[in-house]
Write a protein that binds this ligand. Sequence first.
Ligand code: ACO
Length: 435
Amino acid sequence: MLKESRDAKGKTAYLILDGTTYELPVIVGTENEHALDITKLRRETGYITFDPGYGNTGSCSSAITFVDGEKGILRYRGYPIEELAINGTFIETTYMLIFGELPTSTQRREFRELLCDQELLHEDLRHHFEGVPSNGHPMAILSAVINSLGCYYPDLLQIENEDEFLRAAAKIISKVRTIAAWSYRKAHGLPFMYPDPKLSYCRNFLHMMHSIPHRYFEPTDEQVRALSLFFLLHADHEQNCSCSTVRMVQSTEANLFASVSAGICALWGRLHGGANAGVIKMLEEIHDGDATIPDYLERVKRKEFRLMGFGHRIYKSFDPRAKILRQATHDMLESTGYDDPLLDIALELADAALSDDYFIERKLYPNVDFYSGIILRALGIPVDMFPVMFAIGRMPGWIAHWNETNTDGTTRIHRPRQIYMGESTRHYVPIEERK
Ligand code: ACO
């Protein structure tokens, strides 16, 4: 039995187990979120909690990102995502997520210069790209090459101070673009384009993706802004699967390169960063006449598959990122004159799902992945690069979380428990006696 009361120290919960009462302190976050502190539960009671998928488990306290899924609120370091989307850039947001404050103009300039200094890859790293088959998935290349960066900077494998952290973080944030673009060039048999220090972060990435020697790709300002917005909206989302993976790997005191590389692997799955590619596949099937919207929704309701880009573990009224992207997608297509029939299908599909009882009852809304693929298509990004784009955007969040666990002084190695449901002790049977 679990009771709650308020005493002189604040709120305390009382757990009564087998006639004994145990106190469970209540932790209250700055946004009035409440948690039962069970850190002494097993030691004092012999019980553990059972929470597959961790839907009710606070694995840490964090000062980076706040999400209220019921109200559709997302704030990075206190700043509403809507304000950042209108006023901010990806690089400014990156700085703020990692260092806690928006940069002054000097800090922003210095940070940009630092990123420029770090944009080249060690020439030996070219062999990594040459050694993989041309149909190798770019997420596999990205995670492998990011992890391999650690081999080139052994002095940054054990980060002891802020300066070392800044150097390692800047290397990853800058080089991830180059690695991502080169994985695409490798897959398409195109020459690697070197970064151009005169270009801004997003323009430079598009240059490495789409320029060819002696012919520069010149994106429009709208395209550059759309890419910056895409990255900014993906920059962090508190303790999602990939972020928790990064924190878990860090808890062993693994280095930054290895930890974020593990985050990339976690992101790859189609229920996480792979969902935006699934959305485009779905919209293309409808577009090509392989399925109609009503048929598609019927099959989803029969649970043959999930509606990709819909639903979220946390958001139960709307995903604020999806709302921003829906508008941005529309604006960008209009300003660039790029007409994508998949947008109309997406809008129609979303409207049909949002008025269907199956989705209403389960509080399923479009998530950030529902519209992001259409923006990426308009930027000439192929579908297998979609999760890579997500990973570039999420990098500042992973790095900020890694640093938070690395410096808070209270992190213990992450080691969940389990309820064992297997065989009890049994004895070894020689092979000739086995049936
Ligand atoms: N389509 C159809 N039904 C769904 C969907 C969906 N996209 N999402 C959830 N449901 C249903 C489930 O079948 C379940 O129904 P039931 O109660 O009848 O069994 C109910 O809604 C609750 O679903 P859960 O699986 O408990 O939800 P959970 O929080 O575990 O999953 C997730 C969240 C993984 C995002 C899920 O909604 C999903 O699979 N969505 C599609 C993939 C996707 O878009 N992923 C991107 C997430 S956002 C991101 O990573 C940036």
